[in-house]
Ligand binder design. Structure first.
Ligand SMILES: O=c1ccn([C@@H]2O[C@H](COP(=O)(O)O)[C@@H](O)[C@H]2O)c(=O)[nH]1
Length: 234
């Protein structure tokens, strides 16, 4: 069954924790990204873990192999559930990260590769020299990530069906850019509703503002859970 990962992007630690304290670790995981980690550091991750949550540390490392591998090891020491690197950092960088995580045995976090940010369109990709467009680029970077030993990728749900076919069932597809019908698209470009994302083959739905910026965040989460149950015929 697909999981929900709530993206905590808050400038205020207390505001984030007020939301977290209404959530149930049995029903969702939490994502800490660049904003909150830069402001509040490992202590914030530990505060979430102390409340029983599994944490996806979404820092999207992209650096030379030695530096990226050391950063991933630091995340593993923090005991996070999942950590990520940019697949465009290349094979040697990803392989170095995988090797480093072998030191953590079965306690290691999942390591996934960011393919093409869900905020990017084909024309924006052309501007940075990625001429093939999102679909083909995501396929290519996902193959590289799998060959390098990663557990899965971050992609948009629009790319999930072809990746699921190509990569098989045990390659994790983590999809941000989830937009329920009631939510604004904002800066996201390659978006999909929760039910369609699951039908497309997503394993983990990363959902931020549709929940965190809703007038009633818990009602928004319940509506999303209901959409998912109905799509499963539950
Ligand atoms: O391609 C990517 C990679 C990461 N993200 C992150 O996911 C959340 C999405 O939040 P929303 O508020 O639901 O848009 C956010 O933290 C991003 O940094 C992504 O959106 N796309």
């Amino acid at each position: 069954m697909a999981s929900i990962i709530v993206a905590l992007d808050f400038a205020d630690r207390l505001e984030a924790l007020q939301l977290v304290d209404q959530l149930d670790p049995a029903r969702c995981r939490l994502k800490v990204g660049k904003e909150m980690f830069t402001r509040f550091g490992p202590g914030f991750v530990q505060a979430l873990q102390g409340r029983g949550f599994e944490v996806f540390l979404d820092l999207k490392f992209h650096d030379i192999p030695n530096t990226a591998a050391a950063a991933v090891a630091s995340a593993a020491e923090l005991g996070v559930w999942m950590v990520n690197v940019h697949a465009s950092g290349g094979r040697r960088m990803m392989e170095a990260c995988v090797r480093e995580l072998e030191n953590f045995g079965e306690d290691r976090p999942f390591l996934i590769g960011v393919t093409v940010l869900t905020s990017l369109t084909d024309s924006e990709l052309k501007e940075i020299g990625w001429e093939e467009g999102a679909g083909a680029t995501v396929n290519r970077l996902s193959s590289l990530a799998r060959e390098s030993g990663l557990d899965g990728v971050v992609c948009s749900a629009a790319e999930a069906p072809s990746l699921r076919d190509a990569m098989g069932a045990d390659f994790r597809l983590v999809t941000p850019g989830i937009r329920p019908a009631f939510a604004a698209q904002g800066d996201q470009q390659r978006v999909m509703t929760p039910a369609k994302a699951v039908a497309a083959g997503s394993d983990d739905l990363v959902i931020g503002r549709p929940i965190t910026r809703a007038e009633d965040p818990m009602a928004a989460l319940v509506a999303i859970e209901q959409e998912l149950s109905e799509s499963r015929g539950v």
